[in-house]
Design a protein around this ligand. Structure first.
Ligand code: ADP
Length: 812
């Protein structure tokens, strides 16, 4: 069949291409449109045809976009005459279809509507590809064809359809682009704006409105975008607009707050929008909010600055070792620490070589070995010998091993720092701590031995420390008393006065040491009291004030002082009594001799008188007898006086020699220290007992010691030794008082123990004579050994009382 053979003339490829081309037009199966309808109306009228159409051939059908004179929306393509015309260039005119070899059997020719005349022209897309036709048909044949006007009109109409199609495509593309742009605007966080050439806002994307924190664009439409910028950025914005106006792209970064005032940083690009005359007729400004980025950059910059500062101020060196490539990177500071030159190629050997031999193995073991299970971070402090000047320094290095996913080390990264001054300071600290410990131990040993108790309290008088002596003195254990008030160490009436003086002390902030040697009454745990002497000191530690009280128990001292006073009184009395007795005795002795002589002479006179006579003889005899009687009476008085003195009125007892000596020395040696006299006691280990009149022997000792001290007044070396030795298998005790004084003058030596022998201006010269009387009365001996200019030793003996005798006495 002719038609089918014609139909087969339309290649499959053409069909495919046309389909794509028609689809591109987006015209298929769309409703009628006036622009196309007008064209077919004009075509039908101008050509005075019964029907006209604009149709598109695709997928085996001929679909009519516009038609006049018939109703069919589409016809099968193989029945369409246009399938032929579409292949033809220019206008195809068939005057009588019945005569045409191809179409005379076409059903539209042979049957309804019985077409005879046909004129058609291919409609081409913008690429010149035929997609459809503009056709006029008539039921009458037209042997003359179309007139020249009709042909030109059809050609013009075809061009018009083509333009319409092009326009449609352009519109569609524009719509697509607009939609794309709209979506882009909506989805983009950038602030997209269209400005006029003066910078006034003409459009802003939705995302832009959000970014600028404005509800709708209408709120800011027409505002000048340049006014948003202030400071130096305003200038940048103006310059960017100027560049865009000349066809370039302007770019700047600046700070401007949003419409509601949130401060934001923006990165802005301004480009021109070209008009039809290829000159900018608007500007596109795209601003991106880079506040976060700016902050991140700022904080990065700050942390870099801090790191740089840290590196500079601490001299921190950073080293980086790639274990795979063996590449090492050391910062300038790291090199400086080791004294490596900037161009030194650093190797493991070189580094290890700088490490002190004593530390080398240890460092190599941790830094360079990677044993399974090793910690990935390692720290070493070691000594190095600097490469440049050989100086020994301490370095601390902290490293971290980075591993790949198989756990294999790939990199070691770390820092190194010179810690010499830390190490030196630490050593000094350790030394001073040792010192402190030693000093503390020393102080504690002193505090443990001093007889004073030490009680430390805080500002509120709460006890914080209680020494071992305090425990002994007060009977409290530290745990019982620490944390309570010091007032519990005093009995009731004193507690209040204590409370009274403390606040005064705090407020006025008086001197550091107060109350030096204040005597008060203390109370023990068992309630008993004792006299105490308190020395109070203040110290400050850790911003807090503490008081340290040194407390001395005065019980013993007060007893001693009282005892001394008693002794002194006793001795003074006895001294006077003895001196009187001694003088009386001496007087009696001296007077007795003349009395005896007188009696003798008188008796002689009586015998002479017996041989004489005379009246006055009896009277003379009476006188002489009376004188003899009186002389004898005087002698008797003196005898009685001597007997009284000799009686001595002494009460002897068993005395401890050491105690006796100590008491006497305490009295006698008063002021010895001030006179620069060094006193030594040399006593037997076990103190002997002696049967003596304690007061008399102490009187002897007192006398000997005072004489010795007086004898040393004018010499430089002043040593006094008081010595006691047991002799004669414990039967006798020899006491010696030895001085380094002037010695005894030979003249004095002979009459030393005689009464009234003295070399002193105020001396009575009875001291030694009394001593001899007392010692002899005790059954002992007294003597002196002296070398002039060297010194004197006085010795005397006393009878010792043996243990057995003591026991016996006890039994009796
Ligand atoms: P007085 O001390 O009153 O002179 P004493 O009988 O005690 O009387 O002493 C007699 C004298 O013996 C002293 O004046 C002194 O010259 C001498 N004498 C006593 N003891 C010493 C002595 N240790 N060293 C030197 N001379 C002494």
């Amino acid at each position: 069949m002719a038609i089918s053979s014609f139909s087969s003339g339309v290649s499959v490829l053409d069909g495919q291409e046309r389909l794509t081309a028609v689809r591109d037009l987006s015209i298929l199966d769309t409703p009628p449109e006036a622009a196309f309808d007008d064209v077919v109306l004009i075509a039908a009228q101008v050509c005075q045809a019964s029907a006209a159409s604009i149709g598109f051939l695709v997928e085996g059908r001929h679909w009519f976009k516009a038609r006049i004179g018939f109703d069919a929306v589409e016809i099968p393509a193989d029945l369409s005459i246009c399938a032929y015309t579409i292949q033809q260039p220019g206008l195809t005119v068939i005057p009588d279809l019945r005569e045409h070899p191809e179409f005379r059997h076409n059903p539209f020719v042979t049957g309804d509507p019985g077409l005879r005349f046909y004129a058609g022209i291919a409609l081409r897309d913008e690429n010149g590809f035929p997609v459809g036709t503009l056709t006029v048909v008539d039921r009458d044949a037209r042997p003359e064809g179309l007139s020249g006007v009709q042909e030109r009109t059809l050609l013009a109409l075809a061009r018009s359809v083509r333009r319409e199609m092009k326009l449609r495509k352009a519109e569609r593309e524009l719509a697509q682009k607009t939609e794309m742009l709209d979506r882009l605007h909506a989805s983009s966080e950038d602030c997209i704006k269209v400005l006029d050439l003066e910078g006034r806002l003409r459009f802003m994307s939705e995302g832009g409105c959000q970014a600028m924190e404005v509800e709708t664009f209408a709120d800011i439409e027409g505002c000048n975008w340049l006014d948003f910028w202030t400071g130096p950025t305003a200038d940048d914005a103006r310059k960017a607009v100027l560049r865009a106006k000349t066809g370039d792209t302007g770019h700047f970064r600046g700070f401007c707050p949003t419409v509601v005032g949130t401060p934001k940083w923006w990165d802005v690009i301004v480009t021109p929008i070209m008009g039809s005359d290829n000159k900018p007729d608007g500007l596109l400004a795209i601003s991106r909010d880079i506040t976060g980025l700016q902050h991140a950059e700022e904080s990065l910059r700050q942390s870099e600055e801090r790191l740089r500062l840290a590196i500079e101020t601490t001299g921190l060196g950073i080293w980086d070792f790639n274990t795979l490539t063996g590449e090492r990177q050391w910062t300038a500071e790291a090199r400086d620490l080791f004294g490596f030159a900037p161009d030194t190629a650093i190797t493991q050997e070189l580094v290890l070589d700088r490490i002190h031999p004593d530390d080398r193995e240890r460092v190599a073991g941790t830094a360079y070995l990677d044993q399974p299970g090793d910690s990935l971070t390692f720290t070493n402090t070691f000594r190095i010998v600097r490469a440049d000047n050989g100086e020994e320094r301490w370095i601390t290095s902290v490293g971290h091993t980075l591993v790949d996913k198989y756990g294999k080390p790939t990199r070691k990264l770390g820092i190194a720092q010179d810690v010499t001054h830390h190490v030196v300071a630490e050593e000094a600290l350790r030394a001073s701590q040792d010192d402190l410990l030693r000093q503390t131990a020393h102080l504690q040993s002193i505090l443990a031995t001093v007889p004073d108790a030490m009680v430390v309290s805080d500002e509120k008088w709460i006890i914080t420390s209680f020494s071992a002596t305090a425990v002994k003195m007060f009977g409290y254990q530290p745990e019982e008393i620490i944390g309570t008030s010091v007032k519990f160490l005093m009995p009731v009436p004193y507690r209040d006065s204590h409370e009274g003086f403390m606040p005064h002390y705090r407020q006025t902030g008086e001197r550091r040491i107060t109350e030096s040697g204040r005597v008060a009454v203390a109370q023990r745990k068992d309630g008993s009291t004792f006299p105490m002497e308190v020395h109070l000191g203040e110290m400050e530690s850790g911003g807090q004030r503490f008081f340290t009280a040194f407390i001395r128990d005065l019980t013993d001292r007060q007893y001693t002082e009282k005892r001394m006073q008693e002794l002194q009184t006793e001795l003074a009395y006895m001294s006077r009594l003895t001196a009187m007795g001694e003088m009386g005795s001496t007087l009696a002795h001296v007077v007795n001799q003349p009395l005896t002589a007188i009696t003798g002479y008188l008796k002689g006179c009586g015998m002479i008188l017996d041989r004489m006579d005379g009246e006055h003889i009896p009277m003379l005899r009476h006188g002489i007898e009376g004188a003899v009687e009186e002389a004898l009476r005087a002698g008797e008085v003196i005898r009685q006086l001597r007997a009284f003195v000799a009686r001595g009125e002494t009460d002897q007892g068993v005395e401890d020699l050491r105690k006796l000596l100590e008491e006497a020395s305490a009295l006698a040696l008063a002021g010895a220290k001030d006179k620069g006299i060094k006193v030594d006691f040399d006593l037997p280990h076990e103190s002997p007992k002696v049967l003596v009149s304690r007061v008399q022997i102490q009187q002897v000792l007192l006398n000997l010691v005072r004489n010795a001290m007086e004898a040393m007044q004018d010499v430089n070396e002043r040593n006094l030794t008081i010595k006691a030795e047991v002799e004669d298998e414990g039967a006798i005790v020899r006491l010696s008082v030895i001085d380094t004084g002037s010695g005894i003058a030979p003249a004095v030596q002979e009459r030393l123990f005689s009464p009234f022998t003295t070399t002193k201006k105020t001396g009575m010269g009875v001291g030694l004579s009394i001593c001899r009387t007392i010692i002899e009365a005790h059954g002992g001996k007294i003597w002196a050994e002296s070398t002039p200019e060297e010194g004197t030793a006085f010795h005397f003996t006393l009878k010792a009382v043996k243990e057995e005798e003591l026991a016996e006495a006890a039994e009796v």
